[in-house]
Design a protein around this ligand. Structure first.
Ligand code: BTN
Length: 240
């Protein structure tokens, strides 16, 4: 039986999951919350965590090395997509490395952290929100907005948790190539998509050209040079 710790409000499920991981909790343990007061996103950004969303961190102990963490992130994206399709009948797209989209709007975000051999997989899903404050209103969506109905967060959590188990097993047993292939088929961003990538030295525009064996994104720049993008910040290119 999986341990699920539910909180009405918590600072961040990442912080609490790290505590449990350090205490040696079992793989699959979940910390979930209805809202967070200090939700964290990628690159130290804040993750808006108002009531209506589903916020959770699952502690994984995959038989993988830290170098394979990008693959875990991709496997988690696939897991969320499958569960959302099954549970809510909504088809998702994946924007490398970790955004779950419906059309061009973000439905869920994934944050993976390596911690002493464990992986803390933090997932935030917009479930019941009917509106978002600016600037999110222009870029976010929720299952309520997509389906017109109110879906139960706890049931959605069970569906995503089962899907995560399946996808982590696929990664462990069939290897990284399988996850790369599945991700490439599920993501409109993996190949042939005109994007802008925000790099430390400034934005770069080009066309995506597949994934490397390590799970990084290849982008062919307008000057013909091909670069390997190792961290996020990919967005659709808009002219003008
Ligand atoms: C992203 O920036 O796209 C990743 C967002 C990850 C947010 C989730 S919500 C549950 C868990 N707890 C946090 O504080 N962050 C992650």
């Amino acid at each position: 039986m999986r341990r699920i710790e539910w909180h009405t409000t918590i600072d961040s499920t990442m912080r609490r999951a790290a505590e449990l991981a350090d205490e040696g909790c079992e793989a699959g343990t979940i910390v979930a919350a209805e809202q967070q007061t200090a939700g964290v996103g990628r690159q130290g950004r804040e993750w808006a965590s108002a009531e209506g969303g589903l916020y959770f961190t699952v502690v994984l102990r995959p038989k993988l090395s830290v170098q394979e963490l990008p693959m875990v992130t991709m496997a988690l994206g696939l897991a969320v997509c499958d569960a959302v399709q099954l549970f809510g009948g909504v088809s998702c797209d994946l924007r490398w490395p970790n955004d779950v989209l419906v059309g061009d709007r973000k439905l869920a975000g994934i944050l993976t952290q390596w911690r002493n051999g464990a992986v803390l997989a933090g997932i935030g899903v917009n479930v019941g929100q009917r509106e978002f404050p600016a600037p999110l209103s222009a870029i976010a969506t929720s299952l309520a907005l997509e389906t017109g109905s109110a879906l139960e967060s706890r049931a959605l959590l069970s569906a995503i948790a089962a899907s995560i188990d399946t996808h982590v097993r696929v990664l462990e047993s069939r290897g990284t190539r399988e996850i790369l292939q599945l991700f490439s088929s599920a993501s409109s961003y993996a190949d042939g998509r005109r994007v802008t990538v925000d790099l430390p030295l400034g934005p770069v525009t080009g066309v995506t050209a597949g994934l490397t064996a390590d799970g990084f994104l290849l982008v062919r720049k307008d000057d013909g040079e091909q670069i390997e993008v190792t961290a996020g910040g990919v967005r659709p290119h808009t002219e003008g």
